[in-house]
Design a protein around this ligand. Structure first.
Ligand SMILES: [Zn+2]
Ligand SMILES: [Zn+2]
Ligand SMILES: [Zn+2]
Ligand SMILES: [Zn+2]
Length: 599
């Protein structure tokens, strides 16, 4: 048993990182060596293997049908439409390879996965009705450009939209209806331009509200009604005041957005977002316990270095990115979950009742005891898609693990891979700016190339813009139906770093929504809107800081406490891990001080 911290140098970024005794306990339990990459480099290494939202037009390599696909035409493996891929028209075991001890394991695995077909999209197709431009989704009806979303209807443009109806342009929402431009909104109705709201109705331009109704431009309120900029009004006065804001106007909306941003700096923020969790560090952690350095987690226990595990429960896992759902002892995995146990160095394994997989991708139906396999279903004891009996499997697996140490794989940048490491980013078929990593760790083209990643320049789309954004009617009431035929130029004109498509169209469903909700037309393309929303969220990084409550006021003297805190007139002694870097202007309070101020 190791009882002391061990400091290592990351093979990738060459920075120091610390492995703690509890980490060694976990590695020992799941029988893996300690990692040679730091936690952040490990997240990036996994995330580059996922393309969430860059879609291409293509053809199914089996039935020749036209498809919407995650893969560009130059992808090494065949791409099948989802119906063909899930069918019995082909058998992944036909791609089996004999293990070759003259070549490294990682190269052999790459060879295998370069020839086994992939499905065009990561969706459970029969569960999607009239929603073909969606990825990593299930159970959608009449949805468009929705990603990583489930059980929703009539929703357009969004990421992580769960169990919602008629919502447009949102990220991280659950059980919502008629919401617009929201981030981290749960159980809300008609909540617009707001973030971190819970159980709210008719709320506009607000942050961190809970159980509020008819609030406008408010921050940190609980169970309030008829408030404007944190001031109380009578019902009649509230609606009279509201009339003064021309909400259907783009100019007004932009002014209010700016005002909210300024206001936001004058109220304390809680050091992390989340709810009902115990003994946790990270951000957006809900109903969980013993979670460390993790982000966007719901209903999990005993996890560290994990991200985007909202489907509960997930237990006893490290370095697990996306989804969970009755998953235990997962390590260095991505896009796995649903009744899985003991999966390592694997991604996109979708089957229930699956266990003991290593270096596997795309498990189709329940599998167990696989090593280096692609797209297998209902199989066990296979290596490189070749079937063995249980005893031979065990012996060969042990020999291969030893072989990775004797003949490690060395990638383009001289990083070495032995058993215990996830795959080299060089193996990903996605360029840095098409992959999921780009959304959370953006780089410029120059930086990406310098760091050895590939980059894909957006294809010249040759859109003929028929309406410049500045020429659109300011107010929605002046918008005619012929707008549906227009190609609107994006205000960024492709000059941003946000996968700007340079132009966009308004779809009928969307126009109806804007009219009904009295909202102006957008001036940016859906991609730019998505990246703007991402920017409202803190990065997947933690800094150790102290509470900025100085006694009666915040450290910067901008915010005056409403009541006396537990630490009296002294500075609050609490410290924490937060996603607010020390350079940021927000006032960051510890849980206790924040709770005392939120009424
Ligand atoms: Zn590193
Ligand atoms: Zn754009
Ligand atoms: Zn404090
Ligand atoms: Zn305080």
């Amino acid at each position: 048993m190791i009882t002391e911290n061990q400091v290592k140098i990351c093979q990738n970024c060459k920075q120091q990182f610390t492995i703690e005794p509890e980490d060694f306990d976990f590695y020992e339990k799941v029988e893996v060596p300690a990692p040679s990459w730091c936690p952040e480099c490990r997240i990036k290494r996994r995330m580059i293997f996922m393309n969430q939202r860059v879609l291409y037009k293509g053809t199914c390599d089996l039935c020749q049908k036209e498809i919407i696909s995650l893969f560009d035409s130059n992808t090494p493996f065949p791409v099948y439409c989802n119906a063909c891929w899930w069918s019995d028209k082909w058998d992944p075991i036909d791609y089996g390879q004999e293990y070759d001890f003259s070549q490294s394991f990682f190269e052999q695995f790459q060879e295998l996965y370069s020839k086994v077909p992939w499905p065009a999209l990561q969706t459970i197709e029969p569960s999607l009705v009239n929603s073909e431009y969606c990825n990593i989704c299930s159970y959608l009806k009449n949805c468009y450009l929705l990603f990583n979303s489930d059980y929703s209807e009539d929703c357009v443009y969004g990421t992580y939209v769960e169990r919602s109806k008629q919502c447009l342009d949102n990220a991280m929402i659950d059980l919502c209806e008629l919401c617009y431009e929201g981030t981290n909104i749960q159980k809300c109705f008609k909540t617009m331009f707001s973030s971190n709201c819970w159980e709210c109705v008719d709320v506009y331009f607000s942050r961190n509200l809970r159980g509020c109704q008819n609030c406008f431009g408010c921050i940190n309120l609980r169970n309030k009604k008829y408030f404007i900029f944190n001031k109380s009004y009578t019902k009649d006065k509230y609606f009279k005041e509201l009339e003064k804001f021309k909400l259907g106007s783009y100019e007004t909306v932009e002014q209010l957005r700016k005002k909210l941003q300024e206001l936001n700096l004058t109220y304390p923020k809680k050091y992390m977002e989340g709810l009902q969790s115990k003994n946790v560090s990270g951000d957006y952690i809900f109903f969980s316990k013993n979670i460390f350095q993790s982000f966007e987690i719901g209903g999990a226990e005993d996890c560290k270095f994990c991200q985007f595990l909202f489907i509960s429960p997930t237990k006893d896992s490290y370095d697990f990115t996306m989804w969970g759902g009755n998953a235990t002892q997962m390590y260095e995995c991505m896009g796995c979950g649903g009744g899985q146990n003991n999966i390592r160095f694997s991604y996109e394994c979708w089957s229930d009742d699956t266990m003991n997989l290593e270096y596997c991708m795309l498990s189709k139906k329940s599998c167990s005891d696989l090593f280096g396999c692609v797209a297998l279903g209902k199989k066990s004891h296979c290596i490189l898609n070749k079937q063995y009996d249980e005893d031979s499997f065990k012996k060969l697996r042990t020999k291969i693990i030893q072989h990775t140490r004797e003949m490690p794989y060395k990638d383009k940048r001289g990083r070495t891979y032995t058993y215990g490491e996830f795959l080299s980013p060089d193996f990903s078929v996605f360029a840095y700016n098409e992959s999921f990593v780009y959304e959370h760790f953006p780089l410029t083209k120059k930086q990406a190339l310098e760091q050895g990643y590939s980059w894909k320049d957006l294809k010249e789309r040759g859109y003929e813009v028929t309406a410049e954004p500045q020429d659109l009617p300011d107010h929605i009431k002046d918008v005619q139906d012929d707008i549906l035929k227009k190609v609107i130029g994006c205000q960024h004109q492709g000059k941003c770093n946000e996968q700007c498509t340079t132009a966009f169209k308004i779809i009928p469903q969307e126009l109806q929504f804007y009219k009904k909700m009295n909202l102006p037309l957008p001036r940016f393309c859906p991609n730019c809107r998505h990246y703007q929303r991402l920017k409202q969220r803190n990065p997947l990084k933690l800094w150790h800081r102290e509470c900025q409550c100085a006694g009666g006021k915040s450290d910067n003297k901008v915010y005056k406490n409403a009541i006396k805190h537990f630490h009296g007139s002294n500075h609050c002694p609490n410290e924490f891990e937060t996603t607010y870097s020390p350079k940021r202007k927000e006032i960051v309070y510890c849980e206790k001080c924040y709770q005392q101020e939120v009424v």
